[in-house]
Design a protein. Sequence first.
Length: 228
Amino acid sequence: MNKLAQPVVTLDGPAGSGKSTTAKEVARRLGFRHLDSGALYRALTLALLEEGTPPAQWVDLTDEDMDGLPIRVSSREADFVIEVAGRVVQAELRSPSVTEHVALLASLPAARRCLLYLQQVAGEKGGLVADGRDMGSVVFPEADVKVYLVADLHERARRRLEESGISPSNVDVERESKVIAERDRQDSERELSPLREPSNAHRIDTTSLNFNEQVEEVVALVEALYVD
């Protein structure tokens, strides 16, 4: 790969398509930084909860309110470090309370505008692999390589359950499939930054691919454009 080239690579897709884990490994193999947009939304949610603002009042928050929250994103080696109120946060981002309220936060225009700015600043120097639901369509519309990951609904449900440490039964998979299908509907129908396949994106169906195979497909796309 041409070491002078510092492309921005985006991985978008619905829940359970494998974008987050794939993006992280793609970034590692390419020597790029990995930007997990979902972690940023969770950090903003955590900051609001810790500040004590009732979720019922979040819809009334202004851009200034969101921008004033104590969130900091800094680049450190091959990754980004997220701080809330001066401390690095990791496990707290997956707490039940954050998980319960992050969808509400993500639906708020002021929150999305706040994080849009943070994400675009993170990508200014390139050398970035970003994953989410609107990375290639809204956040980085001029990205050098855009990937859209898809997978069968039941396969996505199975993966989500296994990520939670569950050995899923058929009943578990059916139940989780309904949850994911509803999330897909909400993401696709929301007014602000809906889930869309970005223009000029490379669609990869990961249903029958193992993890290494899907990572290699994305890496190959980047290397095909940035080789000596």
